[in-house]
Ligand binder design. Sequence first.
Ligand SMILES: [Zn+2]
Length: 79
Amino acid sequence: MNLLRFILLVLAIWLIFRIVKRYLNRPSKTSSRIPPEPSDMVRCEQCGLHIPKIEAVRDGDRYYCSRQHLEESKDKHSL
Ligand SMILES: [Zn+2]
């Protein structure tokens, strides 16, 4: 019975160690995933909404929040 308890204790410590190790490894992975310039914002030419440059739809030197607004802006300019 004492041996079984000892084995269970060792198993519990091993499991805790693994969980802690995994928990400690996580923040370094998420921090490296953040883009270098998250504050780089652009304004949608159609509705004026501010959106991250990486998410914006680009047309020359103009930026749009969505492809739909790009098309709407093109229709407005061609008329
Ligand atoms: Zn827009």
